[in-house]
Design a protein around this ligand. Structure first.
Ligand code: XMP
Length: 538
């Protein structure tokens, strides 16, 4: 890879990944590494001449609580450096300034006055005061602050509470901001980060997903040679995009195994087969294991136990297929590689700084350890990409928009959306109710944004409640099951608000489910936020 690169050193802020995403949105390649890398590591990282600048992230901690410092090499390489929040404070302290602890925190919205017409902030403003001062609307979150500038620095920004809210040494191209340009609440944040990476660092904006395909294809070919690759296709975004990319690179050398556990959404299995086997002409083995899964789940009501059973069976079935494929057969060399849809946030989270105390946000991952157990080498073609980039790449590879921009779906599938014991009858009812809900979300446009409601919620689905309630239909009395609808809005799935869907939409969904899905006579809408409720019901 020949791209210019920006190094982001992570001091443990929850929003470090946002810095990387903003830089990537400016089409500049960047990587996040823990702040406790050594100076030698930094010099070696810069040795290929591609490193154009360094960004020091914020931290949840105070410079007095932790001893995390930037490796000295950061300030010796001659590349521009931007310190954000804690990153600015440690820069100040390491270069001879002074930081003072403060009993009060400045948290939230603030208006910052830009000073000194620095290259970083020049002509970037949200409004001007009557005196003509350029003002920025920013988001602050800090207790400590810089109270004395290091030699060579001037004040770049200030607020009443924080007279040194930004500092600059323009000769060395070192900049520090106390506020967070990476969050969207800082209105000009994107412009500031773009200014830094494109103009001050002079990085080339050549990180473009459309062009990345060719590079990724070459890399896969070089890595794999003429060997065989196995990929577990789940229908989710990451495995789908990985499959499409690897197939583009090595065609027939790729075999996908799609384990159908019988707990997928309506027609999902057919859609996956139609796309990959039908349209892309990839080799896909569909293993229909639904009977096995239902048999093993019979009588089991505990959610964690259900998850464990589904996870274990999934691995068993997949391994059995893999073992068959590993063996060379006439006309086939067998499989040597296992491909996984690992993406960059997984890589960053598993390689965090030793000193990092930020609560690591763990998503529910794919099964680990499989490549070792199977004796296969690991191929991870998406490990440099953020989710947004994976989606862009998927579209550029020709995958349908609806598949690539689909809501996340849990690995155990409908197994955790049927409360208590899982039965085929329940799964069949739930699939149809869920499909109606999703169809209406896709077809109902929210007038202000002009977007379908499906795109305005982060996740939406129906949940099957195995209780019966009384209803009337025509002249008769019914005694049928209940479904709950769930739709949430969230940016990180750690907290979530229930979505305020219009009554008219809910009414249509409920009417259709009760009329069209015989066996369900009552529909409820879940109005619990996370926390204290979780997104899934189990
Ligand atoms: P909760 O229910 O914990 O869900 O608020 C947060 C996000 O994680 C998904 N989820 C899972 N994904 N296996 C998965 O692959 C699981 O066991 C699992 N449980 C929850 C959930 O759909 C939501 O997006």
């Amino acid at each position: 890879m020949q791209h210019d690169k920006i190094l982001i050193l992570d001091f443990g802020s929850q929003v470090t990944q946002l810095i990387a995403r903003r830089v990537r949105e400016a089409h500049v390649y960047c990587e996040v590494h823990p702040c406790d890398v050594s100076s030698d590591w930094v010099r070696a990282y810069a040795a290929d001449g591609r490193l154009k600048g360094i960004i020091l992230s914020g931290s949840h901690a105070s410079v007095y609580e932790v001893d995390d410092r930037a490796p000295e090499a950061v300030f010796e390489l001659g590349v521009p450096v931007l310190g954000i929040c804690y990153g600015m404070q440690t820069m100040a302290q390491q270069l001879g300034g002074q930081v003072e602890g403060s009993p009060t925190r400045e948290f939230g919205y603030a208006e910052v006055r830009a000073r000194g017409h620095t290259a970083l902030l020049k002509d970037i403003a949200d409004f001007h005061t009557p005196q003509g001062h350029g003002m920025l609307k920013v988001w602050m979150s800090h207790g400590d602050k810089v109270v004395a500038l290091p030699p060579g620095f001037t004040v770049m920004a200030s607020t009443d509470a924080c007279p040194i809210a930004g500092m600059a040494d323009e000769a060395r191209r070192f900049y520090g901001v106390q506020f967070h340009p990476e969050v969207t609440h800082t209105v000009q944040g994107r412009a500031i980060l773009e200014r830094f990476v494109l103009e001050i660092c002079g990085a080339k904006p050549d990180w473009i997903m459309r062009d990345h395909i060719e590079e990724a294809v070459q890399a896969i070919r070089a890595q794999v040679g003429d060997e065989g690759v196995l990929l577990g296709l789940s229908g989710g975004v990451d495995s789908s995009v990985a499959a499409a990319l690897i197939h583009r690179a090595i065609g027939e050398q790729l075999t996908c195994v799609f384990v159908d556990h019988g707990l997928l959404r309506l027609n999902e299995g057919e859609q996956v087969m139609d796309m990959f086997a039908g349209k892309l002409h990839a080799k896909v083995i569909r293993v229909d294991a639904s009977d096995l899964f239902l048999r093993e789940l019979a009588g089991v009501t505990d959610p964690e136990q259900k998850r464990k059973i589904i996870g274990r069976l999934f691995v068993d079935v997949f391994k059995a297929e893999a073992e068959k494929l590993k063996a060379a057969r006439p006309g086939s060399k067998g499989v040597q590689w296992l491909a996984q849809g690992t993406i960059y946030p997984d890589v960053i989270e598993s390689g965090g700084a030793k000193s990092k105390k930020a609560v690591t946000i763990k998503s529910h991952h794919n099964v680990g350890g499989l490549p070792e157990q199977l004796g296969l080498k690991l191929l991870e073609p998406l490990r440099d990409l953020f989710k947004d980039e994976v989606r862009e790449l998927g579209v550029a590879l020709g995958l349908p928009h609806d598949m690539v921009y689909r809501h996340p779906f849990p690995g155990p599938g409908l197994g955790v959306r049927i409360l208590g014991e899982v039965k085929k009858e329940y799964a069949d009812l739930l699939r149809r109710a869920d499909a109606i809900f999703i169809e209406e979300l896709r077809s109902t446009i929210e007038p202000n944004s002009g977007k379908p409601w499906y795109d305005l919620v982060s996740q939406a689905f129906a949940v099957f409640l195995p209780v019966k309630s009384v209803g009337v239909m025509g002249d008769g009395r019914t005694y049928d099951y209940v479904v709950a609808l769930r739709a949430v809005q969230t940016s990180d799935f750690m907290t979530a608000d229930w979505a305020e869907l219009p009554y008219s939409l809910l009414k249509r969904v409920s009417g259709r489910i009760i009329n069209e899905v015989r066996g369900i006579n009552r529909v409820t809408y879940d109005i619990s936020s996370k926390p204290p409720a979780t997104i899934e019901w189990e």
